[in-house]
Write a protein that binds this ligand. Structure first.
Ligand code: ADP
Ligand code: MG
Ligand code: ZN
Length: 624
């Protein structure tokens, strides 16, 4: 039975991607195009161009020329006279003049011995004239139009899916062959997998659910930050359920022409209906599912709104027990239109969060299976050094490690490759050939040791893992890596403050040793200000504001924009409190470094020589 389905899928896939270039047809189109250009020239340009050689003269000039005997030939046409006469230079020349009701003309022409004739007005067949003046141009335009359409569609990257191909959804059907994913490929994310395996089970045994009267959820929304494996999870559901799987990205509905997006939605659901039971997956649904607003000129984005309305209508249209399950993914759930989230639509949310320590270790291991790894690799250390990294970043770390191993001529990826790629991925590539003067290098070394020493001299701050003054392409000139000992979900006020003190340590060291300050602390300044601000506005960690929420985070997953909830007067006080924390932290860092000035010098000199020192080497000198 499974085989049957696969065959079905495959056949289907071919149908959808039917964009084989038909050479013969293309040639025909080119011919048509050439022909139409010719006709265009013939009808509109050439005659007017040729007319220029026919000279228009007055009727009296014409009569004059007839009487002087210059005219040799006259043709009386419907409303003009064309005649040939010898001009002043003695050449024959074609002239024309208006036709005047002149009864004496014939006698004059006879007297001057001119050959003359009159056109018999041809009664053109009406069918022929309609053909020539209407049908032919229409055909030409149609031909040209579809030719251009084809070309544009091709250029816009995909035969049937191009901008001008009408009414086909570009849903991709995943075929079971080769790259099909299962839940095994998704590491961690146990809650998400559990929620989704219910869907898989429903698709396998719908009867079990229907007997009880339970309907499957119509729509499931995967919500989480970028790179956490939402798309991967959806594909895994397809692999597990073994039913046709339509996958389309929200942006593919966004079309050049109004109404086309809606047509695509209709088309997608029509296909899904035929193939039910099946799964329809709409990735990045926020592109079409954004809140409808009636602001702005012309009432907002009509095209997107129509598409969304069509989607809502289709969702209401299909029967829950028909076996169509709608999956969608987004990293901005708060921007979705409320209508999409109503019961009966995407009424179930599955959070897909950033992995924790165990999750990170599992993800690293899953991806490591595709590489030749040194058997002694300690994945736990790598996982601990990558707190806050997404699944995608971890996958990238493994791959960068592989690339580095090849570069260094190794046959397997080692621990150091992975450690290096942690920095590559998290802090940017090493820039070994960057030119930095010895004086600058000295400042950077003191700056980094300043951070590390302040961290080491405070209790409750993460131990130093590595210090380096090899610059990164990210722009960081040095880098002090601290690794938390366990996974931390909560941070105390003291820990947060200590972090800020550590960040201030770089600048403080510069001040103490060189008596001047540099731009090197700009990133530290940004970070410590953010942290100090959050302490006051979001964590309720100041006496002045107690547990009052002053800022609301609006976009939790993307960057975390915030908006202030307080009056301008209050805002001023918030700024003062933030400044107060920063000043205290800066002072504390300076005191700590002054008390340990010998260590600061010794460590900095050591780092200057070594360029990179490990946490162990660092602690050895500190502890001496
Ligand atoms: P999202 O759709 O959430 O932005 P993706 O599903 O596209 O993220 O994930 C990108 C890549 O990151 C995946 O192809 C996979 O290689 C890796 N990845 C992310 N999360 C996981 C995970 N939990 N287990 C294994 N690999 C993961
Ligand atoms: Mg995705
Ligand atoms: Zn710094």
């Amino acid at each position: 039975m499974a085989d049957d389905k696969n065959k079905n899928n495959r056949k289907w896939n071919v149908n959808l991607n039917n964009d084989n270039p038909d050479k013969r047809r293309t040639t025909a189109y080119y011919l048509l195009m050439a022909l139409s250009v010719l006709m265009f020239l013939n009808y509109f340009i050439l005659p007017s161009y040729m007319n220029r050689s026919v000279e228009e003269v007055t009727y009296s000039t014409f009569l004059n020329q007839v009487s002087t005997g210059d005219v040799s030939e006259v043709k009386l046409e419907e409303n003009q006279i064309t005649f040939v006469a010898t001009d002043d230079a003695g050449d024959k020349q074609v002239y024309m003049t208006g036709l005047i009701d002149d009864p004496t003309l014939v006698t004059r022409l006879e007297e001057a011995d001119v050959t003359f004739s009159k056109d018999i007005p041809t009664e053109a067949s009406p069918i022929l004239s309609i053909l020539v003046s209407w049908v032919l141009p229409l055909l030409l335009f149609w031909g040209l139009g579809s030719l251009l359409g084809k070309q544009m569609a091709k250029r816009m990257g995909g035969g049937a899916g191009g901008a001008l191909s009408f009414g086909k959804s570009n849903a991709k059907v995943y075929v079971k062959a080769g790259d099909s994913k299962t839940f095994k490929d998704v590491a961690g994310q146990d809650e998400a997998k559990e929620a989704l395996s219910e869907v898989v089970d429903y698709l396998h045994q719908p009867k079990k659910y229907q007997d009880i009267g339970a309907k499957n959820p119509k729509g499931i929304l995967l919500v989480g930050p970028p790179g956490t494996g939402k798309t991967l999870l959806a594909r895994a559901v397809a692999g597990e359920a073994d039913v046709p799987f339509f996958s389309i990205s929200g942006s593919e509905f966004v079309e050049m022409f109004v109404g086309r997006g809606a047509a695509k939605v209709r088309d997608l659901f029509k296909e899904a209906n035929e193939k039910a039971p099946c799964i329809v997956f709409i990735d990045e649904i926020d592109t079409i599912g954004k809140k409808r607003d009636n602001g702005g000129y012309g009432g907002g984005n009509d095209e997107r709104e129509q598409t969304l309305n069509q989607l809502l209508a289709e969702m209401d249209g299909f029967e829950a027990n028909k076996g169509i399950i709608l999956l969608a993914a987004t990293n901005r759930p708060e921007s979705l239109d409320a209508a999409l989230l109503r019961p009966g639509r995407f009424d179930r949310r599955v959070p897909v969060e950033l992995p924790d320590l165990a999750g990170r270790e599992a993800i690293l291991k899953v991806h490591a299976t595709n590489y030749k790894m040194d058997p002694n690799i300690d994945y736990n250390t790598i996982a601990r050094a990558t707190s806050g990294a997404s699944g995608a970043e971890l996958a990238n770390i493994i791959n960068e490690g592989g690339l580095r191993a090849v570069r260094e001529g190794r046959t397997a990826v080692t621990q150091s490759d992975l450690e290096e790629s942690v920095e590559t991925v998290i802090a940017g590539y090493q820039r070994k050939n960057a030119v930095i003067s010895p004086k600058e290098k000295k400042i950077i070394a003191y700056h980094e040791i300043g951070h590390a020493l302040v961290a080491a001299k405070q209790t409750e701050s993460a131990p130093v893992h590595k210090i380096t003054i090899i610059p990164r392409t990210s722009g960081a000139l040095g880098y002090t890596m601290q690794i938390e000992e366990g996974e931390k979900s909560l941070m105390t006020k003291q820990e947060l403050f200590n972090k800020i003190v550590t960040l201030a340590g770089g600048r403080a060291a510069e001040e103490i040793v060189f008596g001047s300050i540099t731009t090197g602390a700009s990133n530290d300044i940004e970070q410590m200000t953010k942290m100090a601000r959050a302490m006051i506005t979001r964590y309720g960690m100041s006496d002045a504001f107690d547990m009052m929420q002053i800022e609301t985070q609006t976009n939790k997953y993307l960057g975390g924009d915030t908006s202030m909830n307080v009056s301008a007067g209050m805002a001023e006080q918030v700024d003062r409190e933030v400044l107060d924390i920063i000043k205290k932290a800066h002072e504390k860092a300076a005191v700590l470094l002054s008390e340990n000035i010998d260590k600061l010098h010794e460590l900095s000199r050591f780092l200057l020589v070594e360029e990179t020192i490990t946490g162990a080497e660092f602690m050895e000198i500190v502890g001496k």
